[in-house]
Ligand binder design. Structure first.
Ligand SMILES: Nc1ncnc2c1ncn2[C@@H]1O[C@H](COP(=O)(O)OP(=O)(O)OP(=O)(O)O)[C@@H](O)[C@H]1O
Ligand SMILES: [Mg+2]
Length: 538
């Protein structure tokens, strides 16, 4: 037999590189082998522990694909697996044939026939076996060694690629499953349900349903603490991308010089400290949604890059020349009046129009009537579970008390208020059913709607001692954590007052940065809104 021709080899290589799936690649490989070496059956098997698993075959009954051959049980396979080179079995070999009765060309036992096995190795590691059978005795005797070497190498490479691809696909689907699990968990954490059936909330829920399925960019606006983030999560969850990731970016919390790389990623060496290439949030959200929280805080320079990404569904990592395609749905939120920000020159109006394809307004809690009761019940049940209580409820005069208040910090303020009240009530009572009284709720201060630049609603906090300028200790019977938080709250208020509500100046005085300060203020339940008469917005 003549050696395998260069043309045949080239054809095989090209054919393999064109195949998309492993199954296709294997059947093309076997077809080429049968063209080069006349045989009645060819089988490609992969090593799985002590077994050989057929991956593709020609000439044998298809049920063979479901069989697993124990290597130790089949002496022919054992010999092939132990060998470093192709093994030819003489027609007179007394060793039993693993394919006895399986050959399509023949009913019953295999008569005297030729048989050959090629061990397939990746470096030294055995990864598979290729077997060839022919009913013509001596069929494989004069195949040049070089031809067998080439066929072994090509088959091993195809098998190795398929195994690598399979393991990558397994990793990717595992990662996807983890993302789905985490997205689901984040959504259902503490309920995940938008509580409220006031007319305004019903309308909002309808709009969420419409926008969710549309795939449009959504802009969520509303006062602080109204539930904008929860609305964003609900949109993602109800959209066709719910199995994809929901990636969160707080535009206010990132230092200006890092935002671009955070959003779009960077390549190694793009700037000092970029020792590794890093995917940005856009890339992470590919196939899912990107939630740009506090979008009103985005610096103008980054706004124009974001606009480009939205227009072209294309991003350019910092330091990279080419751009990359991404498939991301944007959900943005802000408690600023973006139209006003555009008029003031703080926000690009083209970006604003691009974002507000479907604007949603989340109403303030004071506009939602009896929703306060539903939400109070919802948060109370959450606290019952968190504290492991049998039962906890409100005294009869508490609900009217909660309803008469206008909740400038909205749902978040209500949530904090109920959590604090539940803790207080529990520390006083030891019976199975804990009752929250008016005293546990404490004072609820009515807001000044015209100037609510910063409102501290914590009932345990006393105002700063204005005459001495000192921060007094609020309550000596409180825990260290609560006392520390009280102190931080009052220190921030005092510093802001001293600095004319200028956050940057206050942050400097407190030796922290502005983003950290606003984040801390929010965590402490301080209501942060814009001071209109200030030239620097907060
Ligand atoms: N309708 C609602 N049902 C149940 N929980 C809610 C609802 N609205 C808000 N919450 C809860 O109130 C808290 C504040 O909501 P969220 O963080 O979504 O507000 P936000 O508008 O994003 O606030 P900010 O402007 O300060 O970022 C969260 O714990 C959220 O789960
Ligand atoms: Mg938010």
């Amino acid at each position: 037999m003549s050696p395998i021709s260069v043309n045949a080899l080239l054809e095989l290589a090209l054919d393999l590189s064109h195949s998309l799936t492993s199954d296709d690649r294997f059947s093309r490989l076997l077809a080429h082998i049968r063209k080069a070496i006349r045989s009645d059956a060819v089988v490609l098997l992969s090593v799985q522990g002590d077994y050989l698993k057929p991956l593709a075959l020609q000439g044998l009954s298809s049920d063979t694909l479901g069989r697993r051959f124990g290597i130790a049980e089949h002496p022919r396979f054992q010999q092939i697996c132990q060998s470093q080179s192709p093994v030819r079995f003489a027609a007179s070999s007394p060793l039993p044939d693993p394919y006895d009765g399986l050959l399509l060309a023949l009913e019953g036992d295999l008569p005297v026939h030729s048989c050959m096995g090629l061990p397939l190795r990746d470096q030294q590691r055995l990864i598979g076996v290729l077997t060839l059978d022919s009913l013509t005795p001596g069929q494989f005797d004069d195949i040049p060694e070089r031809t067998l070497e080439i066929i072994s190498a090509m088959s091993a490479a195809a098998l190795k690629n398929a195994l690598t691809l399979e393991s990558l696909q397994q990793h990717a689907s595992h990662a996807r499953a983890v993302v789905e699990e985490l997205t689901q968990e984040a959504l259902t954490k503490d309920g995940g349900e938008l509580i409220g059936d006031s007319a305004l909330m019903q309308r909002l829920k309808q709009e969420i349903q419409i926008v969710a399925s549309s795939g449009f960019t959504a802009l969520i606006q509303g006062e602080t603490g109204v539930g904008k983030e929860l609305v964003a999560r609900t949109i993602h969850h109800q959209s066709g991308r719910s199995n994809g990731p929901l990636v969160y970016v707080n535009c206010a919390a990132l230092p200006e010089n890092l935002i671009e790389s955070e959003l779009f990623g960077h390549v190694k060496g793009a700037f000092t400290g970029a020792s590794q290439s890093r995917a940005g949030k856009f890339m992470m959200a590919d196939g899912g949604s990107l939630f740009l929280d506090e979008i009103g805080e985005l610096p103008l320079a980054v706004q124009s890059k974001l606009l480009r990404a939205l227009q072209n569904q294309e991003i350019q990592p910092v330091g990279q020349d080419q751009s990359q395609q991404v498939d991301v749905r944007i959900i943005a939120a802000t408690n600023r009046d973006l139209q006003q920000e555009c008029d003031n020159g703080n926000f690009r109006s083209d970006l604003y129009h691009r974002l507000s394809v479907y604007p949603l307004h989340v109403p303030a809690l004071r506009q939602r009537g009896r929703d306060v009761i539903l939400l109070a019940g919802f948060f109370l049940e959450l606290m019952r579970r968190k504290l492991g209580l049998q039962q906890i409820k409100f005294a009869s005069d508490v609900m009217p008390w909660l309803q008469q208040y206008d909740w400038p910090g909205n749902v978040r303020e209500l949530e904090h208020c109920i959590s604090r009240a539940a803790l207080r009530a529990r520390s006083r009572q030891h019976q199975a059913i804990i009752v929250i009284g008016r005293s546990d709720i404490g004072e609820l201060h009515s807001s000044q709607p015209t100037d609510r630049s910063l409102t501290d609603r914590s009932p345990t906090v006393q105002e700063t001692d204005a005459t001495s300028g000192k921060l007094a200790i609020a309550d000596t019977h409180t825990s260290l954590k609560l006392a520390t938080e009280d102190f931080q709250r009052r220190l921030i208020i005092q510093t802001l007052q001293q600095n004319n509500h200028n956050w940057a100046a206050s942050a400097r005085q407190l030796q922290t940065d502005r983003a950290n300060l606003t984040r801390l203020a929010k965590r402490l339940g301080l209501t942060v809104t814009r001071q209109l008469q200030q030239d620097q917005p907060i």
